[in-house]
Design a protein around this ligand. Sequence first.
Ligand SMILES: [Mg+2]
Length: 405
Amino acid sequence: MSRIIIHIDMNSYFASVEQQANPFLRGKPIGITGKHQERSVIATASIEAKKLGVKTAMSTWEAKRICPSMILYPGDPEKYSYITCQFNSIFNEYTDCVEQFSIDECFLDVSKTATDYLEAIVLAQIIRERIKETCGEQITCSIGIAPNKLMAKLCSEQVKPNGITTVNQQNILKFLDTCKLKDLCGIGTKIENRLNALGINTFEQLRKFSLEKLVNEFKSYGYWLYEAAHGRDDSPVINTYEEPKSIGHSYTLSENTDNKKEMKYCLLGLSDRVAGRLRKECLVARCVHVVVRYADFNEMTQQQKFTEPTSNGLTLFKIAWQMIDQWLDESKPVRLLGISATTLSRGNEHQSLFKKERKVHSLQKTLDEIQNRYGSNAWTRASLIDVHFKERSSGFHSPNSPSTM
Ligand SMILES: [Mg+2]
């Protein structure tokens, strides 16, 4: 049976995630690097930097020479994994067959969801919009639609950024003949050179080459090359998606404290972050888990289940604080606080019958949209205006590592 496979590839992924999180970086050439910038390479260049000639894997000094105005920015793998989880969860709403190919690429088998290519294109457009809505406007992707994974990936390479390219069974060969050998995932420079040495420079020539000679030269890879030249690939999309089981944040205070007010503010900030992530992933929680680590490293944890599922920060905070307030050992200073939402399910918070609660709900939606558009520091609760969450390498498991919440 003929399949319909969608390949989705995020454009300049790490750079656009940083540009989404920090409006100052938008529209500017930026390069994402390792920790030690001066000895590092460019892991991802922003679309603006690429236009000026900066390429992935270029050394930072070379990139700076080509583009002196480029901003070098250290990568934050935790942040990128978080956004990857977000778009994976979107894909899973449209098919139960999602294979994560790399941190910024996925294959979706939509054969059951879309009956033809037109429907698949509409689906791809909807998914693209959903990514924009959920992850932010800066996060763009290129999409390829084809009867198999190999051709879908080749399609998504065609138009960057933001393109949708399709090829169906009837025009696969025509399409292949417009591509270079090296464009195909699986043909690197070494294989290309060996093919060239055999007088093969195009897919058409590769198709006409004898299978026997190819196998002689490349062993079993020869079969693969021969099939690839015909646009054939029967490898299945293997589902790798798993629903998140919990969403949590913890924070090590800059100084140990026995000040309850300070703890409350910290917990409220963490609750807002957890709730924001729940809403972004269209999840609600039925259980809250809290952790308090004292200065002597003794830890207390507790959890509470509740019947009304929620994705509201204040609600999570109230439940969490009530637990902590009951058993906190006030004689011991506190070092770390953490909160996780667990027993998650897909859905939105129940719409209240009360006008005031409905107002809070719609305000929350607007605030989420503002953060999506202008970054995570776009707003904060008035009560948290003086609370500063310092960025550190460990302790604060925040996707956006804000300086203020
Ligand atoms: Mg990519």
